[in-house]
Ligand binder design. Sequence first.
Ligand SMILES: [Cu+2]
Length: 127
Amino acid sequence: MKRLLVVSAILVVAMLAFALPVFTQTETPEAKVFEITAKKYAFEPSQITVNKGDKVVLKIKSEDTTHGIEISNFGQKRQLIEKDKVTTVEFVADKVGIFEYRCKKFCGFGHIFSFEKLKIEIKEKAA
Ligand SMILES: [Cu+2]
């Protein structure tokens, strides 16, 4: 009888060990990391595409002066992008669409009229 208990306990532990990675995998959204450069007067690349539900990580650096980014549709406040530093912006792409962001810090004469937007396209995940 005691032996039966030990065997079933081992079985339960083994089953949990197999099941656990499956649970953790489904709960963590897939992280998409993008390295982006901000400069006068554009972001490079200027367009990225992700799937709905992805966790998006933008690692943005500046190669000239201080720029700014505010991913407002996804609850992110403005962050400055300083020269030779990496600014990280993270959000979950929880809606479908094309979202466009301009530089959020005056960085020169082209800031207002010629700054190329950063386009973030979020697609419905293909089944
Ligand atoms: Cu700027």
